[in-house]
Design a protein around this ligand. Structure first.
Ligand code: SF4
Ligand code: SF4
Length: 146
């Protein structure tokens, strides 16, 4: 008989302890979001794929020096530029990134002396198609400014 009541007591104690933990967690601020309907803002040091930085006129800061392309150990970057008639500066005409090979090592960003490259905060990149990871960074910059 004593064993019977002691088991009931232990069961109730364990139930209330469990409910106490549930209640404590219930009143704590929520730390999860309802992805993909809600998204998180990435922290400052987060490394998404690289992105072109623009100047105040919305043009890329890139001067087509090719340093990032040469520095990339995985051969992810393909750049092209042209010189307008009468201009000394080259204009960027193509900046392709093959993100399937990128290790996010940051060598390209570090090698750029013109503040033209940075890591994006992009993380919504799930896909089953390899083609979805070939990025036209010049077009992305144009789309950002639309
Ligand atoms: S290193 Fe910078 S300026 Fe040179 S091509 Fe790359 S992004 Fe452009
Ligand atoms: S982060 Fe590294 S691997 Fe990726 S594009 Fe830049 S240099 Fe290449």
């Amino acid at each position: 008989m004593v064993t019977y009541f002691s088991e009931i007591y232990r069961g109730l104690l364990s139930l209330f302890e469990g409910m106490g933990v549930t209640f404590k967690e219930f009143i704590k601020p929520t730390v999860t979001v309802s992805y993909p309907y809600e998204t998180l803002e990435m922290c400052e040091r987060y490394r998404g794929h690289i992105e072109l930085i623009e100047n105040e006129e919305g043009e890329p800061n890139c001067v087509v020096c090719m340093m990032c392309q040469r520095a990339c150990p995985s051969d992810c970057i393909s750049i092209a530029g042209k010189k307008e008639e009468g201009s000394k500066k080259k204009v960027l005409t193509k900046y392709m990134l093959d993100f399937t090979k990128c290790s996010l090592c940051g060598t390209c960003v570090e090698s750029c002396n013109f503040n033209a490259l940075d890591f994006s905060k992009e993380y919504n990149l799930a896909s089953t198609r390899k083609e979805d990871f070939y990025f036209d960074l010049l077009k992305r910059l144009e789309d950002r400014n639309k």
